[in-house]
Design a protein around this ligand. Structure first.
Ligand SMILES: [Zn+2]
Length: 438
């Protein structure tokens, strides 16, 4: 029998039973394993870079595998190595760095939070990340996608955004085993590290697009846009997009943050309320959690007008959101002249999402992505951050459509939507901003 060439595979996550409705992607049953020597025939690499770059790979169903444990499988690192030789820690680390020799149309940082940070029955759950990765896999980008692991943000980087006392409290809460921080938000013993990785993913994404070109997606959880300077909130522990935006501001850049999550990003707004180098734009359902995001909230004295809120009524469709971008956001962005676009890409504005009532489709997210990528001269200044999105099928198709629009892949997506309410809201907001931000 021919001995197949072995590859070392580090696997995070587990498989879900095929009959489980929460299952994502492949009809695979496999045991939870952490590191395994497998044959190339056992796995179908989604992407394997020359010399052992990171890969996201999907298992084939193999006879003799252990029965499934109730989780999806996520295989995230492939390191080609000689037979019998385990990957050294430093070879793993090499894949986490940004190597300027490679170019990529898309860098995915993560997946992060696919197998940790979980509370029974909570909608903000590890399977979301698997849906995101399936959405990327659906694009069949081959060697045009590079997957790199996140790296934990340092405490110093987090202090640029969050109060030290809050971070200490969060770390200690997790170290003591975690629990509920409020009625929506939980943390586990693992959450401090997972959240630091999620925050660091954006920093890795920025490095990646600077070196590789293309665009980047931080495929991370927990999400971040509700996290305040000194408080967790709304499933969010650390404000991932804010940590990235602050790092860019510190480097002399001008950043527009586009937040199309169905909820207002109150944390991001508060952090940059009086920051003239950040333009924060949010489209969101109104009224809705967290209760902030009125059109009259426009920024502090040093940054008046640089907070742009577009509250929309339940049922608003993609044409209304596009109209809001045409009438309000794009003219504002032109005046602001950003050097970077960071997107708080929450996909709970999808019409199928269980936690929101806006009426968007995956095609609408693709159209929005096309618009916002035009806010900077090159795609290598655009980074997406996962925020909400709790219907796994909608999340998968929305990620696929959004990223596909940016990288020019013809991923099938739902048609754009139209006919919903909200035109008068947009007209009023546009008028109000023209006449002095009242
Ligand atoms: Zn949300």
């Amino acid at each position: 029998m021919r001995m197949p060439r072995p590859i070392w595979i580090t696997i995070s996550g587990m498989a879900r039973c095929p009959d489980n409705s929460d299952r994502i992607g492949a009809s695979t049953a496999a045991a939870a394993i952490s590191t395994k020597v497998a044959t190339e025939e056992e796995f179908t690499p989604f992407r394997r870079g020359a010399g052992g770059a990171s890969s996201y790979i999907r298992p084939r169903l193999r006879p003799g595998w252990e029965p499934a444990r109730p989780r999806d499988i996520l295989m995230r690192q492939t390191l080609l190595a000689p037979a019998g030789e385990a990957p050294r820690e430093d070879s793993h680390a090499r894949t986490t760095g940004v190597d300027a020799r490679h170019s990529a149309m898309l860098t995915v940082v993560g997946p992060n939070g696919a197998d940790q940070h979980e509370a029974a029955g909570h909608p903000e759950r590890p399977a979301r990340i698997l849906a995101v990765m399936d959405g990327i896999a659906d694009l069949h980008l081959g060697s045009d996608v590079l997957v790199v692991p996140a790296r934990a943000a340092t405490v110093e980087q987090l202090h640029r955004v969050h109060a030290p006392a809050y971070l200490d409290e969060l770390e200690q809460f997790c170290a003591a085993g975690g629990g509920h921080l409020d009625q929506d938000t939980y943390a586990t013993a693992a959450s401090w590290e997972v959240a630091r990785q999620a925050a660091g993913a954006g920093l890795v994404a920025i490095e990646a697009v600077r070196h590789h070109g293309g665009t980047a997606l931080a495929a991370v959880r927990p999400p971040g846009h509700h996290a305040l300077i000194d408080r967790s909130m709304g499933f969010c522990l650390i404000n991932n997009v804010a940590v990235a935006a602050q790092s860019l501001v510190d480097a002399g850049e001008r950043v527009v943050i586009i937040d199309w999550d169905v909820h207002h990003g109150n944390g991001t707004q508060a952090i940059f309320w009086d920051e003239p180098r950040v333009l924060y734009v949010s489209t969101h359902q109104w009224p809705c959690y967290p209760g902030t995001g009125r059109a009259s909230e426009v920024g502090g004295d040093r940054a008046r007008g640089l907070t742009v809120n577009l509250p929309l009524p339940p049922g608003a469709t993609g044409d209304v959101v596009q109209h809001a971008f045409d009438q309000v956001v794009s003219p504002m962005v032109d005046r602001f002249d950003p050097t970077w676009v960071l997107v708080s890409a929450g996909f709970d504005a999808h019409r199928a999402d269980p936690v929101g009532d806006l009426g968007l489709s995956s095609g609408d997210f693709a159209a929005l992505a096309t618009v916002v990528s035009g806010y900077v001269p090159a795609l290598d200044r655009v980074v997406l951050f996962l925020e909400g999105g709790y219907d796994l099928g909608a999340l998968r198709s929305s990620v696929s459509a959004t990223v596909g629009a940016l990288v020019g892949s013809s991923a099938p997506s739902e048609p754009v939507t139209s006919g919903g309410p909200g035109w008068d809201h947009v007209r009023d907001i546009a008028e109000r901003r023209r006449t002095g931000l009242g």
